[in-house]
Design a protein around this ligand. Structure first.
Ligand SMILES: [Zn+2]
Ligand SMILES: [Zn+2]
Length: 94
C-alpha cells in the first residue's frame, strides 16, 4: 500500500449494501419491512436492520456501549476497513 490519496471512491461509512440483514427490527423486533441502515454515534458508525416504522420515527437501537462498539467493529468488517480507517474517515466527515 502506498500513500496515494483516494480523491473519490473512498468508502462511505454510511454504506450498508454489504451489511447482512437481521431477521427482525433491532429496535422493536418486528419482522416485516426491514431495512438495513447506519447510525452514527460518538463511538463510530454501525449498521442495523430496523423496520420502516422505526426508520420513519428516527428510532435507533438502544444498546449499551459494549454492544455498540461490537457493532461498530462488525460494520468495519462489512466495509472491509479497520477501525483505525473508520476513525480517519469519520474525521474527514466532520
Ligand atoms: Zn422497529
Ligand atoms: Zn455493516
Amino acid at each position: 500500500m502506498d500513500e496515494g490519496t483516494q480523491e473519490s471512491g473512498c468508502v462511505g461509512l454510511d454504506r450498508h449494501d454489504l451489511c447482512p440483514d437481521a431477521e427482525c427490527c433491532e429496535c422493536c423486533g418486528r419482522t416485516s419491512m426491514l431495512r438495513a441502515t447506519t447510525f452514527g454515534t460518538s463511538l463510530g458508525v454501525f449498521c442495523a436492520s430496523v423496520c420502516a416504522t422505526c426508520l420513519v420515527a428516527g428510532r435507533s437501537p438502544r444498546w449499551g456501549v459494549t454492544r455498540v462498539v461490537e457493532r461498530v467493529l462488525d460494520h468495519c468488517t462489512h466495509l472491509g476497513i479497520t477501525v483505525d480507517q473508520m476513525a480517519v474517515l469519520r474525521a474527514e466527515w466532520a
